[in-house]
Design a protein. Structure first.
Length: 295
């Protein structure tokens, strides 16, 4: 099975693992993984790792993610989205200027408390499992970064609108909306969510599950694994250097065709024929294997 990244436009109603289960049947490949969970109600960019590309799952660069999120004001729910039980209702809608006025407070570095209905694990238990039992635990706030937050549309007569968000990995958009609603004093919940950008891939590059199923050769649309690491500089090895590298030998950086990187820095490593994986620059001036992807 060819390795690479399959760009999926996740449908609403599917968990990220539901998508993996469907693709295992389509691709006839057990080694599948994804680069970041999307809530069942969410749609959009879900990069799926195929074959040896699954080795990238734990070393992916911390790239930004972008979303378009719809919301409704005037109430709160226990899940912070439209699927939950209403816990508070005001039925008052803020003015457009009021929303615009609080958004600057939610840009930049924030401390965000993960919601109870999330896959975060505490004491070996998923929070959503505890939440379904009516149990609520104290959660430690985590730092997230909101690079861009804009109100893209809003109707003050219905209290409904949408936001465009660019943020760091681990940001809960429904929690962001819940926090904004609390700041406004009226409450707000997420009603829809689409991830438009993740790991350097755009929504327009993705295929629906139906489109993937209809392909005569689904492997033909796999994106090369190295695309996940385009943020790193490239090191190019000669044939002998490549063989030594694949045998685990540390190479003298001064003899390698590669740009300057600090000790501890990561680079993409290429032989004359293929992408070998990621290498790490060491304090002693050598390059060692960090993660291999060679065939």
């Amino acid at each position: 099975m060819k390795a690479g990244v399959l760009l999926v436009d996740k449908p609403s109603g599917y968990t990220s693992f539901d998508v993996i289960a469907v693709l295992r049947g389509v691709l006839h490949e057990r080694r599948l993984g994804h680069t970041g969970t999307l809530d069942p109600m969410a749609t959009g960019v879900l990069p799926v790792l195929v074959g040896s590309a699954t080795k990238a799952a734990d070393i992916l660069p911390e790239n930004e993610k972008r979303y378009k999120a719809s919301f409704a004001t005037g109430f709160c729910t226990d899940t912070q989205d439209i699927t939950g039980r209403v816990t508070h209702r005001t039925d008052t809608f803020p003015r457009t200027q009021e929303i615009q006025g609080v958004l600057p407070d939610f840009r930049g570095a924030l401390m965000q408390t993960p919601p109870m209905y999330s896959a975060v694990s505490i004491g070996g238990k998923r929070l959503y499992e505890l939440a379904r039992q009516g149990i609520e635990l104290e959660r430690e706030p985590r730092r997230v970064d909101i690079y861009r937050l804009e109100l893209s549309d809003y109707d003050p007569d219905t209290g409904k609108g949408s936001l465009e968000v660019s943020c760091s990995k681990g940001t809960y958009i429904r929690t962001l909306i819940d926090d904004i609603g609390k700041r406004l004093g009226c409450g707000a919940v997420m009603t829809a969510l689409t991830r438009t950008y993740s790991q350097g891939f755009k929504l327009e590059d993705c295929l629906s599950l139906d489109e993937i199923k209809a392909l005569s050769d689904p492997q033909s649309v796999l994106i090369p694994t190295e695309r996940l690491f385009e943020c790193y500089k490239a090191a190019h090895l000669g044939e002998k250097q490549a063989q030594m590298y694949k045998n685990g030998v540390r190479l003298d950086i001064s003899r390698i065709n590669m740009p300057d990187v600090p000790a501890g820095g990561v680079v993409r490593v290429y032989s004359p024929d293929e992408f070998l994986g990621l290498g790490k620059a060491m304090d002693d001036g050598t390059l060692k294997v960090y993660k291999n992807f060679w065939r």
